[in-house]
Design a protein around this ligand. Sequence first.
Ligand SMILES: Cc1cc2nc3c(=O)[nH]c(=O)nc-3n(C[C@H](O)[C@H](O)[C@H](O)COP(=O)(O)O)c2cc1C
Length: 183
Amino acid sequence: MRTLVVLAHPGLARSRVNAALAEAARPVEGVTVHDLYAAYPDLTLDVEREQRLLLEHDRIVLQFPFYWYSVPPLLKKWIDEVFLYGWAYGTGGTSLHGKSLLVTTSLGGPAEAYRADGVNRYTVAELLRPIEATARMTGLRYEEPFALYGTQTLDDAGLAAHQERYRALLASGAVREPELAAV
Ligand SMILES: Cc1cc2nc3c(=O)[nH]c(=O)nc-3n(C[C@H](O)[C@H](O)[C@H](O)COP(=O)(O)O)c2cc1C
């Protein structure tokens, strides 16, 4: 399986968690880590290059730090500009059909903050609905997200355990559909 990790972190040089996850992903066989902010420092995307990269891979991973319950701006721009009518959806828009989409996101807040009775009121599965809906619209199989909570308090051993969990998930070809219980 060929996996494209679309990494979107506006300040990767200052990142602890996403830098570590990217480091865990890079050596995995079949994995390409594509650092969007490094590739496009002026934020102008090469849409044809991005579409070509997507066509060359079977599994698409969107990896980003959770920013205001959403994705960092360049990733939103990437979705807006790359998932075009007639290419990703609409008449003739079948380029992504049969591939899968995995969201990998890191969250400053702890898991208990992302519950109906927690400070954020909604689960991460709920907050990721726009991406899940985008996957369904474009024929991508939406996978159970890889969420890493509590980055502020995560110690080095915890981070290493998450790196191993991520490496194993990327190395495995198995696509895990989201559990209904997480809805
Ligand atoms: C602009 C901004 C917005 C953020 N919004 C959220 C948020 O909505 N929820 C959350 O749990 N953490 C939020 N955070 C915390 C980041 O998600 C956290 O610092 C990041 O995942 C840590 O990963 P890193 O070490 O790769 O930077 C935000 C951080 C910044 C800078």
